[in-house]
Design a protein around this ligand. Structure first.
Ligand SMILES: *Cc1c(COP(=O)(O)O)cnc(C)c1O
Length: 374
């Protein structure tokens, strides 16, 4: 028995992908499985997503693409950032679509592509334009020149020009519409030069769900396929099915008298005689240290009980009350449902002042992933 485990409902992933496909049609869905599928396991999530109607996958780094191919996945994979120069060969070997936005990498990829055996298919290039995120991407004024550079290489094929939205999760803000205007101006500039762009994409989950104009030909959805709403929205919550259930077993239970300090620093003192349960999961497993001080609850026997004292690296304490029936060996749920109660990644995120993306990505390598499907 693992000390802590996270059940990953692949049925829920599939349901989320089907809901997105329906919502964004005729645009296609690209399932973003970077960072080991936001901590859920890239290969099983990718398979579930493709089985449910996604036609593309995306990753952030070349080794993540290699891992998908090693997992037997042959669907189109988009690399969302330029490869490092020393990863160009690996990117070619993985037969992926490559994001480019600099002349230097266009030259490097064109050169490496030309060195492959004759008859190799052209490498598909997605030129990235920065319309306002200011992370990576070409300046809009440079996009035509870069497209010409790609076209000058016989072994490169310009498949897409794309951009990324910075504030799509706040639908009332005006920047998204401005970014899309800028993007469309780039597409017009390219068209005026006789350059056709077969594939246009701009939307992450928030844009795909909340800004229909951003859908174009393809939407790149990460967080939504993991059942997490990219923005507070009752309507989106209803569309999505939760995927993760992070659990462990109570390892130890003991009475603690009123006024005793609990955990490092004794930052918490019992206000009454009570019973303290210990769980064998800590911040090394992704349960943020501060959650204990903040009194985040866990589920045991279908009831909510607060964490007390700071979370330690490997263990945390829970006040289960003076007359508790909680015993060592009982299941404790940190994220997900037990009985009629549910704790969502959003609940942690709100408490911590972060976003649910960070919560699920933080689930540690020591926690056993259990992909489940019916
Ligand atoms: C991570 C990422 C996505 C997916 O974003 P979500 O908000 O998780 O849907 C899409 N596009 C790019 C460029 C990304 O880096």
């Amino acid at each position: 028995m693992a000390r802590a485990w996270v059940d990953i409902s692949l049925d829920a992933v599939a349901a989320n992908v089907r809901a997105l496909c329906e919502r964004v049609a005729p645009a296609a869905v690209c399932a973003v499985v970077k960072a080991d599928g936001y901590g859920h396991g890239a290969v099983p999530v990718a398979r579930a997503a493709l089985g449910a109607g996604a036609t593309w996958l995306a990753v952030a780094q070349v080794p993540e693409a290699t891992a998908l191919r090693a997992g037997g996945i042959s669907a189109p994979v988009l690399l969302l950032s330029e490869p490092r120069p020393d990863e160009v060969e690996e990117a070619l070997a993985a037969r992926i679509d490559v994001t480019l936005h600099t002349a230097a990498l266009i030259a490097a990829l064109g050169h490496a592509a030309a060195a492959r055996p004759s008859g190799s298919p052209p490498v598909k290039v997605h030129l990235k334009v920065d319309t306002g995120m200011h992370r990576v991407g070409a300046a809009p004024a440079d996009i035509v020149a870069l497209a010409h550079l790609v076209q000058a290489h016989p072994h490169l094929d310009l498949r897409a020009v794309w951009t990324h939205c910075a504030v799509a999760d706040e639908p009332e803000r005006p920047e998204t519409a401005r970014q899309l205007e800028c993007y469309e101006a780039c597409l017009s500039d390219l068209a005026a030069e006789g350059i056709t762009v077969p594939l246009r994409h701009a939307a992450n989950s928030a844009a795909a769900l909340l800004h229909p104009a951003s859908r174009y030909d393809l939407v790149r959805c990460g967080i939504a396929i993991y059942g997490i709403s990219p923005a507070p929205s009752r309507e989106v919550d209803l569309l999505l099915t939760p995927v993760v259930r992070l659990a462990t077993e109570v390892s130890f239970v003991k009475p603690v008298a009123k006024g005793e300090g609990i955990s490092y620093g004794h930052r918490f003192h019992t206000e009454r005689d009570s019973v303290i349960a210990t769980l064998p999961i800590g911040y090394a497993d992704g349960v943020f240290r501060r959650l204990g001080e903040l009194g985040q609850e866990v589920l045991i026997g279908g009831h909510r009980y607060p964490m007390v004292g700071v979370v330690t690296m490997d263990q945390l304490m829970v006040d289960v009350g003076p007359h508790s029936a909680v015993r060592a060996g009982d299941e404790a749920v940190l994220l997900g449902a037990q009985g009629d109660e549910r704790i969502s990644p959003e609940e942690w995120a709100v408490r911590l002042g972060t976003i649910s993306y960070e919560v699920v990505c933080a689930i540690g390598a020591r926690v056993e992933r259990r992909p489940l499907s019916s």
